[in-house]
Design a protein around this ligand. Sequence first.
Ligand code: B12
Ligand code: SF4
Length: 438
Amino acid sequence: MVVEIEILFIQPFIKPEIRSAFFKLMYSYFSKIAFFDTYLAFQQLAAVTPRRHSIKIFDERFENINFNERCDIVGITFPTGFAPRAYEIADEFRRRGKTVVLGGPHVSILPEEAKQHADSVVIGEAELIWPQLLKDYENGGLKPFYKQEIPVSAELIPPARRDITAKYCKPVARVQATRGCPIGCEFCGVPVIEGRYLRKRPIENVIEEIKSIPQRFLIFSDASLTIDPSYTKSLFQEMKGLGKKFSCFGNTDVLGRDDEFLKLAKEAGCILWYVGFESVSQEVIDKLGKKTNVVKEYASVVEKIHEYKMAVSGSFIFGFDEDPKDLSDRTVKVMNEINLDLAEINVLTPFPGTPLFERLEREGRITIKDWFHYREGQHGTEVVFEPKNMSREELYDHYDTAFRKWFYGLSSIKRISKSIKIGFYPSLYVALANTFHI
Ligand code: B12
Ligand code: SF4
């Protein structure tokens, strides 16, 4: 029997009633601008969904969920910080008799927790599992858990179906060429979720997909495009002439040294590199296992990327055991000295499944397990563990002080005006991101 399943995908955001007044204002007036892209998870699931089934989507960043929407299966994706909201949504749909399926980074680590709010839980990647789950549903044999035991081979990752999010009219699209990261930094979920082996999609598949994307602006969702420089160089070579502008994640070792890599990136249309600098202390870097980073080279890395007319967004984390007492002053000073165009400051967050979570749990230092606070610096962030050389309040204060020093006052304006030198698109992005703090 051929059955049409009505699928409703939901991307949860922050509970409407706990958004602060400022956030509500931001949400109602600016969210459509500030969040300029849609995410890949459901676009990938849509790509492997048989065409006879229908798909609708609610991204709670852009619209409220209609709990009366007609559907058979509700699929929800979320990272840890959004779990409480996701479970609330799941429970509500189940009360209304819908079948709820949960997937994504949080449930892949804690499937038993997720199962309390779902009819079925998908553990790991779903390109191969999702079609099987739909078949089982059609046949009345939905299983409680589905698990992708070994990572999906890169050749089997299909081009994402972006038509399912077309109603949001976003100017930027996401694309992914590789999955996995072998570096294994203690705090990071990527090696846990995508594995430590770098899987590379065939370049022709990525290029075909990019050609089919209507948006001119792209963001690569790859954890790092510098892990295999020769693969990425070939990808960039093929992107030349496609007329795209893009941003992507990369590490300091390659970006600080490989002129050919940077030249090809620029020619391919790269306007911005997101770089995980993490800390201005080499002791911290060594301890967390980020083998790519040498703190005294940070300034020359940024200079080199600027030389090729691309902007740099640096990411820093506050809360490591070896962090000094003058953490915020010292970090913001270095951020300014190395000439970053943009920055992201995060509070160290032990996401379940990471080596950091396991260590802090062993040491009895995790004090909050309400997942709502596992946000690294977004609205609702708290320090969820006992830091070593300062109190939780002092750590939060360092984060807050650094955030204010970096974003408020004249410093954003200075960065925006300085970035004019690196060209129209990079400086446009720098202006937008400094203004909206993204
Ligand atoms: C690109 C990216 C972003 C982008 C886009 C976010 C997004 N949700 O796609 C941006 C920059 C906006 C972002 C923001 C954040 N991110 Co982020 N991000 C990533 C990254 C590098 C890739 C995500 C991606 O696109 N993967 C490709 C897609 C196809 O894979 P996927 O989402 O896992 O989905 C697959 C499966 O999981 C499964 N699946 C997923 N959902 C569902 C649902 C159902 C129903 C089913 C059946 C299957 C299924 O099927 C998909 C296909 O195989 C990951 C690291 C990683 N490699 O996972 C971190 C990661 C997901 N992010 C993380 C975090 C913490 C955040 C932030 C909280 C950071 C912050 N301080 O703001 C926010 C949260 C925003 C949000 N609501 O998602 C953590 C999550 C850890 C955790 N346990 O929560 C990760 C793992 C990185 C890390 N630090 O360890 N992120
Ligand atoms: S290099 Fe980046 S993606 Fe890889 S483990 Fe470290 S933080 Fe995660």
